[in-house]
Design a binder for this molecule. Sequence first.
Ligand code: FAD
Length: 378
Amino acid sequence: MHLQLADADLAFRQEVRDFLDEHLTDDLRAAGANRTGTFCDLAPTAKWHATLHRKGWVAPDWPTEHGGTGWTTTQRHIFASECAAAGAPGTHSFGIRMCGPVIIRFGTQEQQAHYLPKILSGEHRWCQGYSEPGSGSDLASLQTRAVSDGDDYIVNGTKIWTSLAHQATHIFCLVRTDPEAKPQRGITFLLIDRNTPGLTMKPIINIAGDHEFNQVFFDEVRVPKSQRIGAENEGWTVAKYLLEFERGGNYAAGLWARLNWVRDLASETAVQEAGFGRKLAEVEIEISAVEMQEQRAISALALGESPGTAASMIKLQGSVLIQRLDELAIEALGPLARQDDPRAAVAMGRYLYDRSVTIFGGTSEIQRNIMAKTALGL
Ligand SMILES: Cc1cc2nc3c(=O)[nH]c(=O)nc-3n(C[C@H](O)[C@H](O)[C@H](O)COP(=O)(O)OP(=O)(O)OC[C@H]3O[C@@H](n4cnc5c(N)ncnc54)[C@H](O)[C@@H]3O)c2cc1C
């Protein structure tokens, strides 16, 4: 999809391009270009986060009163697209994209005043403690237990697949506060400092050989009740709101950048396979469809609504297209894919890592279940 931009938006796009030209240093561009997983290494991520924060551009989707940019939907789209096209690293996204919006929506004024500036500055880096061994898709069956003890909860249990927990300063967690209630009714949302005594973790190495996620253990971890978001036993509402941000939103810009990467690879290797151009064209059409869905979701957010079922559609189709583009990259490389070629290292790393994109944030089957129920009424 190629938007017809008004003059003001063209001027904004130029402003963003000039900013990226000036501030995306070679090391940051290299980190973005060689990224194989969802996240860049901590150092370039922190550097880019700080750069955007200084400019006031680190949280475009937040309301202005909490540090957002006040951009229109089109401007936010332009910014995301230009960052992706230029190969910019990401920011500390669990705070910016998930925990921040939740604190803005459900947090008290004290919580907002304490946490939001630190998320914006990058002083606090968050990770997500939802999944447990045996509770992934069926998240509401989670067993990590929080027992009331005066002004605190005592937390015991374990979380798994916790991305970037080893780099995080804080973890937001779903815990069970009422084991007698129906599964969704007895859950509470807590913010926990990673340095709290009794909280430990061990690394899990993924199929691409990288340490991105972890198992986190809670052994008598004392958490002040002031760190609870929303009411006790009403964490499921908070959890679902957050998942809509995790699922919706941000696929198209990255997909366009990846399509261009595959095109460049194909022209460098002069891929001969009949029909390769047609495969790229088919993917291009599908990316356009995802982009239109995202525009709708972003517009809904701008009106104060949540993305709803669109988030599941975007997640499902966006993740499938990432995998499709990885396959096309391997096809474009041909025999080079098996050789000691730096392009092959990136392509194979992405191919392996991206087996996970149809799993995290809710598997494809779960997204289809949500759409069947909420959009089709089945
Ligand atoms: C790279 C990566 C990063 C992650 N990061 C985090 C993180 O930071 N924090 C966090 O909390 N979690 C994280 N996760 C965990 C992720 O959310 C879960 O893996 C996901 O929700 C699936 O749960 P599961 O692995 O337990 O699989 P299961 O739920 O056991 O599913 C196994 C299979 O059964 C299918 N299935 C299950 N239920 C149904 C159903 N009702 N209908 C149809 N099919 C079904 C699934 O689609 C899947 O194919 C991450 C996962 C990955 C791969």
